[in-house]
Design a protein around this ligand. Structure first.
Ligand code: FUB
Length: 457
């Protein structure tokens, strides 16, 4: 993103005019247990994937999305799946990715065939979007229902720490290779002062504690302070946190961050990151249509730390985080980049990568903060494929009923992955920053066409 656009985005944010992330941030499928990572000038979001109409966390893969403006997110597809771990057979649950020495380590938890319980695994890749492969061919830690929800960070002295657990909190000191550890698995002692309640084994029935650690830890260091955020209070879960002067404690319970509200999900799971000068709190809700406790979706809020480094209360919103940049429409833009969509899904293709599929009459995609700059484009084009008779892409500005900018007629191309680049003239002068809507029109019935990428010229 260029400096001018960042400046405009900052001014718009200050004036309250900025485009927002629209929660949940991904609409093409359910996305759970969000774990952000900043690498280069992009933010990457690692998520699990609740299946449609599930009656439990029957999850089979992990997915990656990325953005450079916090409002338009690109789908990089499934980066890793249960079948990539010879030892795993079920429950592709929470994950977190971290970069070290140019390699990307994706820590996951899954059900282990070896132990019949849950296990922590680690996959490695050469890029933040994978592909990832099992780094060691076996679990890093195996054998306990407790072994879920890994979180990882590297301290300033180079020592990496991996924490996980429900309802105990475990940690190990990772070796520099990031795929092995030294010493025994440690259990963090939970006390009322540290976590709002004593550890699960010694809690007294009938006693109302301030809070209690449940699962989903998120550990990091910021300005010399160590943070451990977690899902708390049992089910339904809110998010609370503890702080410390050391990665191994003692911890001090600091209170609630995201209180219980009607998010439609009885679990919550957070990830926190600083990006482009702002702080972001990711969490999940059941708010996507068709969602719920087993159909969760990642959401994000921007927040500011208090002057003493403590975290304010953060409430879930529908509008999400403001834009911190603009989208350039003049180069190839992957169709699976979107701020909001309704009706469509995405599919992978070995040659073209992820594309937008399942397009029906009335479906649409919105892109936010698209910067056409001062000169108007002359043409709009898209790479499309259809095994049937196709349909139309209406391109409108700033709303589904906004000015019509282009209308691309998509004909049959002879196959759902037989791609053809089609172009059409731009109908009106367009300049400046707008939201762009792609409205898909066509005959009722089966899907119309697929879109791989688009561009203005
Ligand atoms: O997504 C499956 C499980 O639900 C996670 O591991 C927990 O943190 C909870 O969000």
């Amino acid at each position: 993103m260029n400096k001018k656009c960042l400046y405009i985005a900052m001014l718009m944010q200050m004036a309250g005019l900025s485009a927002k992330a629209d929660n949940p941030v991904i609409q093409t499928c359910f996305t759970t247990d969000p774990a952000p990572l900043v690498y280069g000038d992009r933010i990457y979001l690692y998520v699990g994937h609740d299946e449609n109409k599930a009656d439990f966390f029957w999850m089979q893969e992990w997915r990656v999305y990325s953005s450079d403006d916090m409002v338009n997110w690109t789908d990089h597809g499934s980066s890793l799946a249960l079948e990539d771990f010879s030892w795993a057979d079920d429950r592709a649950w929470a994950s977190q990715c971290i970069e070290r020495n140019g390699k990307f380590y994706l820590y996951v938890c899954a059900h282990s065939k070896l132990s019949g319980a849950m296990a922590i695994g680690v996959a490695v890749g050469d890029s933040p979007v994978g592909p990832f492969k099992d780094a060691i061919g076996k679990p890093l830690a195996d054998g306990n229902w407790d072994y879920i929800d890994p979180t990882v960070f590297v301290d300033d002295d180079g020592q990496a720490y991996l924490y996980w657990g429900n309802p105990e909190i475990y940690y190990v000191k990772l070796n520099e290779d990031m795929v092995s550890y030294s010493g025994e698995v440690q259990v963090i002692e939970q006390t009322v002062e540290g976590f709002g309640a004593p550890g699960p084994k010694v809690r007294q029935e009938g006693v109302k504690y301030k809070d209690n650690y449940t699962e989903g830890p998120w550990a990091y260091k910021r300005n010399g302070k160590y943070y451990l955020l977690y899902a708390a209070g049992g089910v339904p879960e809110h998010i609370a946190y503890s702080m410390s002067d050391s990665p191994t404690g003692p911890w001090t319970y600091m209170g609630e961050i995201m209180p219980l509200t009607d998010t439609g999900s009885f679990t919550n799971h957070c990830g926190v990151v600083d990006y482009k000068g702002n702080s972001y709190f990711f969490y999940h809700t059941g708010k996507l249509p068709g969602g719920g406790g087993f159909g969760r979706s990642a959401a994000v809020e921007q927040f500011e730390y208090n002057a003493d480094g403590t975290i304010p209360v953060i409430m879930p919103t529908e509008k999400g985080a403001p834009a911190v940049g603009c989208l350039n429409p003049y180069g190839r833009v992957e169709a699976e980049t979107m701020a909001w969509s309704e009706g469509v899904t995405t599919e992978p293709n070995a040659k073209t990568g992820v594309y937008v599929a399942d397009i029906h009459n009335g479906d649409f995609i919105k892109l936010a903060n698209v910067d056409f700059k001062s000169g108007s484009p002359k043409k709009f084009g898209a790479s499309v494929a259809s095994a049937l008779r196709g349909g139309t892409i209406e391109v409108r500005l700033d709303g589904k009923e906004g000015p019509l900018v282009a209308c691309l007629e998509v004909s049959g191309t002879g196959g759902w992955e037989k791609w053809k680049y089609l172009e059409t003239p731009v109908l009106t002068e367009v300049s400046g920053i707008h939201d762009v809507y792609f409205l898909f029109k066509g005959r009722l019935g089966p899907k119309l066409f697929n879109v791989d990428y688009w561009k203005f010229k």
